[in-house]
Write a protein that binds this ligand. Sequence first.
Ligand code: DC
Length: 226
Amino acid sequence: MFAIAIDGPAGAGKSSVAKAAAKELGFTYVDTGAIYRTIALYMLENGVDIEDPAAVTKALPGVEVSLEYGESGQRTLLGGRDVSGEIRTQKVSMATSKWVAHIPEVRAFLVEVQRELAKKHNVVMDGRDIGTVILPGAQLKVFLTASAEERARRRTLQLEEAGEQADFREVLREVVQRDRQDSAQLDLRPEDGVILDTTGLSFRQVVQELTSMARGRMENKAGGSE
Ligand code: DC
């Protein structure tokens, strides 16, 4: 199997870039953030106090999370129920990034779930600790990043395109705050990874850069000079 690990801060474009690269390479795109979000959804639905790590840890064995892959990409299941839409609400996003993702027992609980997926498929897996903790043996590790201003600019455009009011300075403040919340604990840079700074690059350029690196590594692997 061939695994590509993509880590990096929120808003660097990991999921859209990873999804497009996976499609071009014929790989499975695995969105690991969806698994963390599903844990948060379970806790919220079952009245578990999300701010109490001991209570969350105690409830973990009840969470049955699985991912399925089909024509329309990844579907996230909680106890067999498709929750792909529900995990995208603002409430779940906040509960995940502020609380659930920071609990070591949650992270440990999810290691095997994520590793199993990379055993069954050639994957492009995106997350925060994929190249360091989950798939340290990945054939290609990329740390995707962009300046806070660039990430805020992209987010502002996205909001405007969705017909929402967006103030660049307000969005930038949120990006910086989210970085503070996440970066120290979650964003781990693989020492043997490639840092891809996408500031000033177009979406196509980033996808091309990634797929050409992947093809290079695959040729090396096929040639036995890994
Ligand atoms: O990528 P996302 O926004 O769907 O991720 C949701 C939250 O989960 C975010 O706060 C980062 C965290 N996360 C993590 O800690 N480790 C991962 N492998 C993936 C996501």
